[in-house]
Design a protein around this ligand. Structure first.
Ligand code: SF4
Ligand code: SF4
Length: 206
């Protein structure tokens, strides 16, 4: 019977003892002629793939109202328990989204988040998406908890900051049908008044 570790014919499967270091240097030798992959970060940050999962964003409708309805589905879908949501009812005086409810409190803890994207898949209104921003490191745990104000998207052309009324003559469904494309004339006055600010007459449509 052949001894354990030996091939048939009496030859050993292992290289001879003096060959082991040489084989190790072979790997090093091959790597010496490969193209260098050193990246000059942060001076020259690399562009991410278009669908890279980075920092989250809470999106708005084209008139500036918020898409989040405070349903908490994203929080339930999160395997890392990184999302905290508190929903609340909209009122005629203070409306943040076209429907009945909105996200009053919204937080994502980036000390927990693994950027897996399950939360954005669970969101029924496409309120929650992920950007390509990946520079999220911080030395403070507190700073890694992003609030709704930090996550809410900025205002594009034609948008007015919430709270304000829905576009006159439309309902919540019309927002999802794409029938509302910008804020109604006079929305800025309404928003400023509801925030207790003095309306800026120059920035208001006739
Ligand atoms: S990306 Fe994943 S871990 Fe991060 S908040 Fe969403 S579900 Fe949770
Ligand atoms: S982000 Fe989407 S899933 Fe999360 S509470 Fe808002 S509407 Fe619901």
């Amino acid at each position: 019977m052949a001894p354990a570790g030996a091939e048939s014919g009496g030859r050993s499967a292992e290289p001879a003892g003096f060959q082991n270091p040489v084989a190790g240097f072979g790997v090093t030798f091959k790597a010496m002629f490969k193209k260098r992959l050193t990246e000059q970060y942060p001076e020259q940050p690399k562009t991410t793939a278009p669908r890279f999962h980075g920092r989250h964003q809470l999106n708005r409708h084209p008139d500036g109202l918020e898409k989040c309805v405070g349903c908490e589905l994203c929080a339930w879908a999160c395997p890392a328990d990184a999302i905290y949501v508190e929903g609340a009812d909209n009122t005629d005086e203070e409306r943040y989204s076209p429907g009945e409810r909105y996200g009053r409190v919204y937080q994502i803890n980036y000390a927990r988040c693994i950027l897996c994207g399950l939360c954005i898949e669970a969101c029924p209104t496409r309120a929650l998406t992920m950007t390509n921003e990946f520079e999220l490191a911080d030395s403070s745990r507190e700073n890694l908890i992003y609030t709704k104000e930090q996550l809410l998207a900025g205002l594009d052309e034609g948008m007015v900051d919430s709270p304000h009324a829905i576009y006159p003559g439309t309902d919540e469904q019309d927002y999802y049908r794409g029938l509302v494309t910008e804020a109604a004339p006079g929305t800025e006055i309404q928003t400023a008044t509801s925030k207790g600010e003095k309306p800026d007459s120059e920035g208001v449509d006739a």
